[in-house]
Design a protein around this ligand. Structure first.
Ligand code: SF4
Length: 276
């Protein structure tokens, strides 16, 4: 059993490793317990980027993808997170709730992949709703089949990362299949659940015009998709790969030039998406 810890405010760019060495493997999906306790990386208190208004962003541990450009490989494993109770997280959130409500913001849970710890994040979303907060999740959608209707009912906005429209590119970039993400996107569209699609633009990796067009054509008819957000690749996470002794395939990849971001934005706009 991991030692119960205290979750510290911090930045997504802080390195956290080896905090809970006896945590289960993140691949043991469904064995994470009742969600009374879970593993978290950190939280930020003043994001204006991860959903509407001012946000508290909680970064939870555990991810089954291995994106070559991941900025936070220290969120992949539960063992690198701090073992905390959902109640502790909700107590912390409560102290920010009046400010978040008055600034039309709320809670965003990111990661890692929040659906690895489905019942832990379910409890936290439930606590946030009881505080009267808007809630958002950032997810790859790979585990979207795990998200039951009760889970989704506690979430107001899905920030859905669609990393590629081409299954081969998706596998090369993430190590996983694309189909679950597309299936989840279609389910959200049928439900009318608000979605912001996020696309990480990695020069030489995801920037192929046909790849971008594929996402744009898939998303454009979906009335629930409020925005497509282009996230230009940067090297801010490179130091984590080095510190964790991981093989970083994007070491020589250039940061995304503004002209490329504009070309891709124009592709989404031309397909009829609201893009920024
Ligand atoms: S899904 Fe997110 S956290 Fe997981 S490997 Fe990819 S970029 Fe990193």
């Amino acid at each position: 059993m991991s030692q119960l810890g205290i979750l510290e405010a911090g930045s997504r760019h802080d390195l956290h490793v080896g905090i809970s060495p006896d945590a289960p493997d993140e691949g043991e999906i469904g064995k994470e317990g009742s969600g009374v306790f879970g593993y978290a990386h950190s939280y930020e208190t003043s994001s204006r980027y991860d959903g509407p208004g001012l946000r508290v962003v909680l970064f939870v541990s555990g991810c089954l993808l291995r994106c070559t450009y991941c900025h936070n490989p220290d969120t992949w494993h539960l063992k690198d997170g701090t073992y905390v109770s959902a109640e502790h997280v909700i107590d912390r959130l409560a102290s920010f709730a009046p400010a978040l409500r008055s600034l039309d913001g709320g809670l965003t849970i990111s990661g890692g992949e929040p659906m690895v710890q489905l019942d832990f994040t379910r409890r936290i979303f439930g606590g946030a709703k009881q505080l009267g907060l808007h809630t958002a999740i950032e997810t790859s959608g790979f585990l979207g089949d795990r998200a039951d209707d009760d889970y989704l009912s506690k979430i107001d906005l899905i920030l859905l990362d669609i990393k590629s429209s081409n299954p081969e590119t998706y596998r090369a970039v993430t190590g996983r299949d694309l189909a679950p993400t597309l299936r989840f996107a279609e389910r959200l569209a049928e439900m009318g659940k608000p979605v912001w699609v996020r696309f990480t633009l990695v020069p030489g990796r995801t920037d192929d015009p046909a790849n971008v067009d594929g996402i744009a054509r898939f998303v454009a008819p979906m009335k629930n998709v409020e925005w497509v957000e282009i996230q230009p690749f940067h090297q801010l996470g490179a130091f984590k790969w080095k510190a964790m002794n991981l093989d970083y395939k994007e070491a020589d990849t250039v940061s995304c030039p503004p002209e490329l971001a504009q070309r891709v934005r124009d592709q989404f706009l031309a397909a009829g998406c609201r893009a920024r």
